[in-house]
Ligand binder design. Structure first.
Ligand SMILES: [Zn+2]
Length: 78
């Protein structure tokens, strides 16, 4: 959608290079490791910079994160 990408462009300019921004593809690739890191009690935000920020702003990936986390947690408790 055009409105969405315009908004993202504006956000990128506002945030600048100090805030690492990843896309859905990268987010998806790293989500496994991110969840593992979270559940292991490590600092997932440091290991995967930009991912938490992406989850904040991306409902689709947030949902993916939630369900992956639930899956991994259920797997671990067995
Ligand atoms: Zn996303």
């Amino acid at each position: 959608m055009m409105e969405r990408s315009e908004l993202e462009g504006t956000l990128d300019r506002l945030l600048g290079p100090a805030a690492p921004e990843i896309g859905c593809d990268q987010c998806f690739e790293q989500l496994d490791g991110y969840v593992e890191s979270e559940l292991a009690g490590r600092d997932a935000d440091v290991e995967f910079p930009g991912l938490a920020a992406h989850l904040e702003g991306c409902p689709a990936c947030r949902e993916e994160h939630e369900s992956l986390r639930t899956l991994v947690e259920a797997d671990r408790s067995n």
